[in-house]
Design a protein around this ligand. Structure first.
Ligand code: OAD
Length: 235
């Protein structure tokens, strides 16, 4: 039974498992994206320098899959929790889809970027909404400055977004919950270690994450089944 008091500040970190029931593949495990693609060929600064067409093909494929996806009961349960807690909920996702927003969540922190945004790789033009597919024979998109337009994604070897706000919220939280994330990608995998001593730590997911021992409470199952139940019982 999950209890959230009127003074609790809740930090929720979500991973690919939360969008799996919407038909978006996870990264690791059976049928995971990284089983079919090599990270260093499609999701790194080196890949962008070497073969930007291949990188855009990969993210165009992911844009297509995410365009067809709709929020599942896990996204809806998180949105409802946000309505109830207001700014006492800090929702931080490693996911780059927009299913939380589609479900009605506001102020979602996308620490690994957003699939439906692009930015220039050269000038300081801010990221902009972009759902286009850049696949052959389409030309690679260029900025007015002559730079190349790249996906607004944090690649391996790059620094995730919003880390100041994230670590501020980790300091303040009294309840930390990770949902559907394998606990292997840093710095997200170590967030739980930052809150031990001042926050309860809860894991929700289908399988044991690599950082399991840091969680004092675990709920096994699909996020779309477990979260609605957990939050329905809130006292
Ligand atoms: P992973 O693919 O590593 O892990 C997904 C986790 O979700 C696994 O532990 C699964 O057991 C669990 N899972 C699968 N289906 C589920 C369901 N229906 N309900 C609950 N849990 C379920 O994905 P992440 O941990 O999110 O980064 O990966 C972290 C980062 O690695 C991603 O953001 C991405 C990737 O490389 C970048 O691209 C920068």
């Amino acid at each position: 039974m999950l209890a959230i008091s009127s003074t609790d500040r809740v930090f929720i970190l979500t991973g690919a498992g939360v969008s799996a029931e919407s038909g978006i593949p996870t990264f690791r495990g059976e049928n995971g994206l990284w089983g079919n693609y090599r990270i260093e060929e499609v999701a790194s600064p080196h890949a962008w320098t070497r073969d930007p067409r291949l990188v855009w093909q990969f993210y165009s494929m992911r844009r297509r899959a995410a365009s067809a996806a709709r929020p599942n009961p896990a996204h809806c349960a998180l949105a409802k929790l946000g309505q109830r807690l207001g700014d006492r909920l800090f929702l931080c996702t490693q996911n780059v889809d927009n299913l939380d927003e589609q479900a009605g969540s506001n102020n979602v922190i996308h620490m690994h970027g957003e699939l439906f945004k692009s930015r220039c790789d050269t000038c300081s033009r801010p990221p902009f909404e972009d759902s286009k597919l850049y696949e052959p024979p389409a030309a690679l998109p260029l900025c007015e400055c002559g730079g190349r337009i790249r996906p607004h994604i944090c690649w391996f070897g790059e620094v995730p977004f919003e880390l100041d706000r994230i670590f501020g919220a980790l300091e303040e939280c009294t309840l930390f919950m990770a949902v559907g994330t394998s606990g292997v990608v840093e710095p997200a995998a170590s967030f739980v270690a930052h809150v031990i001593g001042h926050a309860r730590t809860i894991y929700v997911g289908a399988d044991e994450p690599a950082n399991l021992l840091a969680f004092t409470e675990r709920h096994w199952g699909k996020a779309g089944e477990v979260l609605p139940q957990l939050f329905a019982q809130l006292s």
